[in-house]
Design a protein around this ligand. Structure first.
Ligand code: SF4
Length: 329
């Protein structure tokens, strides 16, 4: 197929926040529409639809996007960055259909050189799209090895309840997640698992139970793979504009107090089992999908503090303060 001579030279906006592992920058690549695209809740899968058929990112496109993202940061932000996460709107940023392994390898070296204090690098993919050959190639990257950068795969789990995941088309089983964990532990990588606080088709009433089930699943992974660094990364739940009238027609947002309650419960389980818990405070997916139900600004300071301290008491105190406000005449 002949593709127009346009190139994907500009990425999505860069975002950043303070994680438990230092200042983290998300670089969001413009790639291809998702080849999986069966996840009914996902508002990201067609954002790159204009690039259908464009093939994997070329080295020129990848480097142009990386340079753009880096130049959007101030010198002090670049120097403060200890973790970079390479993400995208497709199913993966590491499979050769999205970025050639050759270009990815060079791009990773470039990132390591560009962030003088980099300690961690994360790449996004699906649990069933974790090619061993690519994992080995990234592990063997000379710049990564020289600087002793720790590596991580970021995988969408979405719900700790397998049947909720299946009903929403995610199609990733607990067994596949265990298999991915085995590959990652063997390679000496970590795993960041993305969860959504509550999904369409689930009332916010179930959110605390569902999120706790997610935390317990992460604890199970940790028991089985004790050397695997694990992070549970929670998005608070939103309705992508494109799906508002269909999948999300009956979607109700959780209140801030409900979100804090769920997080505090998940934090207790994660804390007990050596799993980091991070709450999304960036809202990049919400912005990219013109979403409704943007995260409440009132709880943002508590979430920012929790991400760094990992202290569940921060969440409980913030919840109490909100409930007190409701009771005050
Ligand atoms: S969640 Fe991931 S795999 Fe599923 S449709 Fe969205 S981008 Fe594709």
């Amino acid at each position: 197929m002949l593709f127009p001579l346009r190139k994907r030279l500009e990425p999505y906006p860069v975002s950043q926040y303070d994680s438990p592992h230092g200042h983290e920058v998300f670089i969001t690549l413009r790639t291809l529409p998702c080849a999986h695209a069966r996840c009914k809740f996902c508002g990201l899968k067609s954002l790159d639809r204009e690039w259908k058929g464009a093939g994997p990112l070329s080295e020129e496109e990848l480097f142009s996007q990386l340079r753009h993202s880096i130049s959007a940061l101030s010198e002090s932000e670049r120097r403060a960055t200890e973790k970079v996460s390479l993400i995208g709107m497709a199913h993966s940023v590491i499979t050769p259909d999205v970025v050639s392994t050759e270009a990815l390898d060079k791009g990773i070296s470039f990132l390591v050189e560009s962030f003088p204090n980099l300690k961690h690098l994360s790449v996004e993919t699906r649990a069933d799209m974790l090619p061993r050959s690519v994992v080995e190639r990234i592990s063997a990257n000379a710049a990564v090895r020289k600087k002793g950068i720790s590596l991580e795969a970021a995988l969408g789990v979405e719900s700790g309840v397998q049947k909720v995941r299946a009903a929403l088309g995610k199609g990733i089983s607990n067994k596949q997640l265990m298999e991915a964990a085995a590959v990652l532990q063997k390679a000496g990588w970590g795993m960041r698992a993305y969860f959504i606080h509550h999904l369409p088709g689930r009332s916010p009433r179930f959110a605390a139970k569902d999120l706790e089930a997610g935390a317990r699943f992460m604890a199970r992974l940790k028991r089985r793979f004790p050397k695997l660094p694990l992070t549970m990364y929670v998005l608070r739940g939103y309705a992508p504009a494109e799906l508002r009238a269909t999948t999300f027609a009956a979607y109700e947002p959780a209140s801030e107090a409900q979100v804090l309650n769920s997080l505090a419960k998940a934090a207790r389980v994660c804390g007990k089992h050596g799993v980091s818990l991070v709450v999304d405070v960036v809202g990049a997916d919400e912005a990219a999908t013109s979403a409704e139900y943007l995260p409440g600004q009132r709880i943002q300071p508590a979430l920012i503090k929790f991400n760094v301290t990992q202290d569940a008491a921060v969440l409980r105190r913030a919840r109490k303060a909100i409930l007190r406000e409701f009771r005050t005449p």
